[in-house]
Design a protein around this ligand. Structure first.
Ligand SMILES: NC(=O)c1ccc[n+]([C@@H]2O[C@H](COP(=O)([O-])OP(=O)(O)OC[C@H]3O[C@@H](n4cnc5c(N)ncnc54)[C@H](OP(=O)(O)O)[C@@H]3O)[C@@H](O)[C@H]2O)c1
Length: 346
């Protein structure tokens, strides 16, 4: 774990680390043609991803514009994003006329989507995750598109399987996951029909300390609540690594669409992660169930590691950072991951 900070001091330090480009990403910016547009920049991942792109461009000494698109339901966030040098464009991606006005940029990172609140508003989830994908694919037929997806398109499996690799046939459970497979199918259609170069980016749980699986487990321990062990295991990835891989995945984009799982190389039991966090937090630990569940969303990220190198932050360090962050009262986004869901109901 050489070269990694022992502690993450505050949000500024965290944001800096999350948006640090790797030498390979800086190198990519030297030969990648065209500008970059991030659709759905105002969410949990987009801000640091946009900044990571800009940092790489600056370090490469090249000129590229980075556009960031969202509805900007939180106007203050738009100002923050703009302050980094990202050109913000307010656009509701459900509105085809508004999409028609977006600049025809060569490199697209598509990360707008809907997950939570699906139960009861299945219609909206389907429209956001499929119709919006079609709107975007039709507007950017000649671009490279990295389309964020999720490991939830796979079936739930046990840790003994080693997780699902990209060859496993999707078998999504519940309407959110089904709509995410719908999104993938629309981008695959675009790749085959318009020749658009696409990467389907199947992410499993990013860790940024203000949210994520480790945050949720640690917070429950600090509050004296039971840790929900309905699922047995999980894998996660440092969001800084996910940002770097997302941008480098532009180079992977192909027709037919390329697929890549993006998560950590380590699989850990919820109970083991909770024990480690409880020890570091100096708090007692209680689990919701006597025995943890078996099935979980687990992905095999061997392809990612082979193409882009293994994640730079090991799980042990993520757990240490998370405990330290929570112990000193670090900020929280108050956006639970619902990592314990194993019936597809979000
Ligand atoms: N975070 C994870 O660990 C994780 C894991 C697996 C998959 N993913 C996937 O990765 C993607 C990004 O994740 P995230 O956590 O950053 O998502 P998020 O926090 O939900 O952000 C979604 C973004 O989309 C924008 N958006 C929503 N509806 C829109 C619309 N109609 N028009 C324009 N913009 C709209 C939101 O901003 P406004 O509300 O301001 O428009 C926001 O910027 C998502 O597709 C998610 O499913 C994430």
């Amino acid at each position: 774990m050489t070269g990694l900070a022992d502690t993450i001091r505050d949000e500024e330090h965290l944001d800096d680390l999350l948006s640090r480009p790797s030498p390979e990403l800086v190198d990519l910016m030297r030969h990648l043609d065209g500008d970059i547009i991030i659709l759905g920049i105002a969410g949990k991942i987009g801000v640091s991803l946009g900044r990571c792109a800009l940092n790489a461009i600056r370090q490469a000494g090249v000129h590229k514009r980075v556009y960031g698109v969202a509805r900007f339901s939180k106007p203050a966030l738009r100002d923050k994003i703009a302050s980094y040098g990202i050109e913000t464009i307010a656009c509701d991606l459900l509105d085809r006329d508004a999409i028609a006005a977006l600049p025809p940029v060569a490199n697209v990172i598509f990360m707008a989507g809907r997950k939570f609140g699906t139960d009861g508003r299945e219609d909206l989830t389907w429209v956001m995750n499929t119709v919006v994908a079609d709107n975007v694919a039709r507007h950017f037929p000649s671009s490279r598109i990295v389309a964020f997806s999720t490991g939830c398109v796979y079936p739930l499996v046990t840790a003994a399987t080693g997780g699902c690799d990209e060859q496993v046939t999707p078998a999504p459970v519940g309407e959110y996951a089904q709509s995410c497979l719908g999104r993938e199918r629309i981008f695959q259609y675009a790749a085959l029909t318009y020749g658009t170069k696409i990467t389907l980016f199947r992410l499993n749980y990013a860790i940024d300390l203000r949210y994520g699986v480790l945050h949720d487990i640690g917070r429950a321990i600090l509050a004296g609540d039971e840790v929900d062990n309905s699922v047995g295991h999980f894998n996660v990835i440092w969001q800084g690594d996910a940002n770097n891989v997302a941008l480098r995945a532009l180079e992977l984009a192909a027709s037919p669409a390329a697929i890549i799982n993006v998560t950590g190389s380590e699989t850990i039991a919820i109970e083991d992660a909770a024990r480690a966090l409880a020890k570091l937090l100096g708090k007692p630990l209680r689990f919701r169930h006597q025995r943890s569940g078996e099935a979980a969303y687990l992905s095999d990220a061997s392809r990612m590691s082979a193409l882009f190198g293994p994640p730079t932050v090991p799980l042990e360090r993520l757990i240490a950072w998370q405990a330290d962050w929570l112990r000193k009262g670090g900020a929280s986004l108050d956006k639970p991951t619902h990592f314990q869901v194993n019936d597809g109901k979000y």
